[in-house]
Design a protein around this ligand. Structure first.
Ligand code: GCV
Length: 716
């Protein structure tokens, strides 16, 4: 049996962290434990499919650990209480009728958990239309137990609201991970296909436990070799492992692959040989991986090849690949992250300008993947104006779980708060209440295919994500991909209870700390709508002064536009007019610095340093005070964590403590470097309440970080 965590004999915290939110710790409340034993001491699990067997193995792992007893798996219910776990069609007649009402509400891989009274016995049922639904239901049932919910009177129906719930690994074939901060790539290409690392199974379990059902194994900055037989047999091995956990494999397709590995002279999507090459390639892949999800493509973006190299457009490119995978039920996920070096339009406007004219022209198995904001995963961005505007094309939301612009895996930043802000944003495109969530779940425009992708923060670190709290971002992404209407608050509570403790005295303050952590990072990095002022390449730390990069829109000075008159990017009609890409309700509100939400102020306005904010502060003081507030929030996080010592093991406490100290040091670095730099334009003193920097601007400018992870290291 594969189902066990790394079998290392040690009590090290790292190994405990490895178990993620699936720790299944002993239930110490004796009453609860007794009631759980009553519910689950006799279990009947269908065994007709591998996914059902996975459900059984998960129960066999979890229940003895949580309840401290052995459990009996029976082949049928006899007398007494029991837990029945099977697809609806296999349930005995009396149970079928007991859950038939709930089953009417089940969609796709949704599930029912229900307590049912039959003559002489009480039965708890975990059922679904599909075996995968049963597996999802089993994970939810175990989660409810871990988080100490009463299960005597269960009645839960839950359906996934999006079809494709996907991780995007930016993993290179050399096992480096672009923007990866948690070690190397999990995929050990050398040992595959023969060597099945336990990690692949635990990865699949963790994903299935939150409903993630797709994974793109490789970087969108793609290497065509992944499409060759030598790699495909390894991809097959991974797909074979993931299948029974409901996870489909996607691959990133390099647009020029027909030339690089196919020997053709062109990759022109209108060329018949090229079209045939992709058709043959799709056929070859599906013969090896019959449930292959399809291709994820970054084309004509940041130097990647694409249809424009041949005078064609995104529709030509996407539809050519879509044609190739269509006979096999595959999808093409085409990214809208484009901005051109030959276009001097405001970068924030370019993707919208380029993609909107194509609305309605893509084949029905093409989804366009759009980043949450119009620039690039900043600590805060307004939602991407493509959401709501592109009505006839299924749009996949792309979030970044890895923290490229959010302190890497050293800073505790709870991202579901950011994700929630975007999903709840009102696009107004079909009147009030046209939220981004309704765009991506298809309910606003009736799109058939729906999805959410998250750029993975997972690597070979024993704890998977580098920072133990970064696990909450993986977990939270999965939960929101399942249900984009869940609140960040609910998710934080779920994760904390499963990962750390059920003690209210621990959960409440730490949940608050998590929920505040996103605003803290905005404050100490990019307050009031500032953005993209990160140091070059690695994006580690501040670099607002950088002005020497090859393309204007790679330089932080392009984004903040600080000068003696003021700071900020004018995106109103007097500037780039990016606001016109939003519905008029938003444009009108955002065009006026008095009515725009303050958090987007400098994203859309260039304002004088002495511009008066609503609270009476002048802009310069407000910026400085926000930077200080961010630092103070991290100090507060440290205090909160310190108070929690009694609820933590020594190692658990130390691990996060050390990371928080680094976060504080770096928050101060951000504050001091940015304020010293902007002060050269504002020529104003720091307001009272802002700590004085102890180093000079020259010092901050001189810092170099050859060791910064996430890009290929450069020591020269
Ligand atoms: C994979 C940003 C990142 C790049 C990334 C790119 C993308 O620009 O810095 O590392 O490339 O986004 O999303 O394609």
């Amino acid at each position: 049996m594969f189902l066990c965590f790394y079998n290392l004999e040690t009590n090290g915290q790292q190994l405990n962290d490895y178990k993620l939110w699936l720790k299944y710790e002993q239930i110490t409340d004796s009453k609860l434990s007794a009631s759980y034993k009553d519910i689950s001491s006799k279990i009947v699990v269908g065994n007709s499919t591998p996914s059902l067997l996975n459900a059984k193995e998960e129960l066999a792992l979890a229940l003895p650990q949580m309840l401290g007893t052995d459990i009996d798996f029976l082949s049928a219910i006899d007398k007494g209480n029991a837990l029945i776990v099977d697809v609806y069609q296999n349930l005995p007649v009396d149970l079928k009728s007991a859950v038939s009402m709930e089953m009417m509400d089940v969609k796709g891989d949704g599930f029912v958990l229900k307590s049912v009274k039959l003559t002489n016995k009480k039965v708890t049922v975990i059922t679904a239309k599909t075996d995968l639904g049963v597996l999802y239901g089993t994970f939810r049932f175990l989660h409810l137990m871990q988080s100490q919910h009463l299960l005597d009177d269960l009645k839960v129906v839950d359906n996934p609201k999006l079809d494709i719930r996907m991780l995007n690994h930016w993993d290179n074939l050399d096992r480096s991970v672009e923007r990866g901060y948690a070690g190397s790539s999990l995929w050990n290409w050398q040992k595959l296909p023969e060597y099945v690392d336990q990690r692949y199974i635990d990865y699949a379990r963790a994903n299935a436990s939150v409903g993630i059902n797709a994974t793109a194994l490789t970087n969108v900055n793609a290497n065509a070799l992944i499409l060759t037989p030598m790699y495909l047999e390894k991809v097959k091995a991974l797909a074979d492992i993931f299948r029974s956990y409901g996870i489909k494999v996607y691959l990133t397709a390099r647009f020029s692959a027909p030339m690089e590995i196919g020997g053709l002279e062109t990759a022109d999507p209108l060329n018949a040989q090229v079209q045939q090459w992709w058709k043959d390639k799709a056929k070859e892949i599906y013969a090896i991986v019959p449930d292959f999800g399809g291709f994820l493509v970054k084309a004509n973006s940041e130097g990647q090849p694409g249809p424009q190299n041949y005078g064609r457009n995104h529709v030509d490119g996407a539809n050519m690949m879509a044609e190739a995978v269509k006979p096999f039920g595959g999808n093409v996920i085409w990214r809208a992250f484009v901005y051109s070096e030959h276009d001097d339009t405001d970068r924030a406007k370019q993707a919208y300008d380029e993609f909107l004219p194509y609305d309605g022209n893509f084949m029905d198995n093409v989804l366009v993947q759009v980043k949450n904001g119009p620039i690039d995963f900043q600590p805060r961005e307004p939602f991407h104006p493509i959401f709501g505007a592109m009505k006839k094309t299924p749009l996949i939301m792309e979030f970044q779980i890895t923290q490229e612009y959010l302190g890497f895996s050293t800073h505790l930043v709870y991202l579901p708060k950011l994700f929630e802000e975007v999903l709840d944003a009102d696009t107004f495109q079909k009147g009030e209440g046209s939220t981004v969530a309704k765009v991506i779940d298809g309910s606003l425009y009736g799109n058939k295919l729906t999805g959410m992708a998250g750029v993975s923060n997972i690597g070979t670190d024993i704890n998977w994500t580098g920072h133990p709290f970064a696990q909450a971002n993986w977990y939270g992404f999965g939960r929101l991909a399942w249900d984009p209407y869940l609140s960040a608050n609910t998710i934080a509570e779920e994760w904390l209870r499963a990962t750390y403790s059920n003690e209210e005295e621990f959960v409440d303050p730490i949940k608050e700390m998590m929920l505040d952590s996103r605003e803290a990072v905005v404050n100490y990095m990019n307050p009031l709508g500032l953005h993209h002022i990160f140091d070059t390449g690695h994006h580690y730390g501040p670099g607002p002064w950088v002005d020497n990069l090859g393309r204007p829109d790679w330089n932080p000075v392009y984004y903040h536009k600080a000068d003696s008159l003021g700071v900020g990017f004018d995106r109103t009609p007097s500037g780039s007019n990016a606001t016109e890409q939003y519905a008029s309700e938003i444009a009108v509100q955002y065009n006026d610095p008095k009515t725009i939400p303050q958090e987007y102020l400098l994203w859309f306005h260039h304002l004088p340093w002495d511009y008066k904010l609503e609270n009476g502060e002048i802009l310069w003081d407000a910026i400085a005070l926000k930077y200080q507030e961010g630092v103070d929030q991290v100090t507060q996080m440290i205090k909160t964590w310190d108070r929690m010592k009694p609820y933590l093991s020594e190692n658990e406490y130390k691990e996060v403590s050390m990371l928080l100290e680094i976060q504080l040091k770096e928050a101060k670095w951000w504050r001091d470097a940015c304020l010293l730099y902007f002060q050269t334009f504002s020529n104003r003193p720091l307001p009272t309440g802002v700590e004085r920097p102890t180093k000079s601007l020259e010092y901050f400018k001189s810092l170099k970080f050859p060791f910064a992870p996430g890009i290929r290291p450069r020591w020269d």
